[in-house]
Design a protein. Structure first.
Length: 105
């Protein structure tokens, strides 16, 4: 279980906001990537649970690691490496023939 807080601000187009809680005086900066719910956005005034770390982030002393709506369980998503237009690969090179074989990771 994480700390509890309330979303103080959320910038939809920029994908970040601030959570207010006694645990994080001055507010806790949060990125959309840290939101662990069905939707990757938050709503001002929403009750949330969150995990945080001490870190300087855009003028804040705290940064959220994971955030989810109060009463829900965090939703973890697998990393989709194809959505960025990138693939990961390695080359297997035969030491005798110098033949190359690509291995998609």
């Amino acid at each position: 279980m994480g700390e509890t807080g309330i979303v103080r601000e959320w910038h939809v187009e920029e994908g970040w906001g601030v959570i207010e809680s006694r645990s994080v005086p001055g507010g806790c900066w949060v990125s959309f990537a840290a939101v662990k719910s069905e939707r990757r956005d938050l709503v001002v005034g929403q009750d949330v649970e969150f995990e945080w770390e001490s870190a300087e982030q855009d003028g804040f002393d705290f940064r959220a690691l994971r955030v989810w709506p109060t009463g829900d369980s965090p939703v973890e998503r697998p990393i989709d490496r194809t959505s960025r237009g990138m693939t990961m690969a390695a080359w297997d090179i035969d030491p005798e023939t110098a033949e190359r074989r690509r291995i998609d990771l």
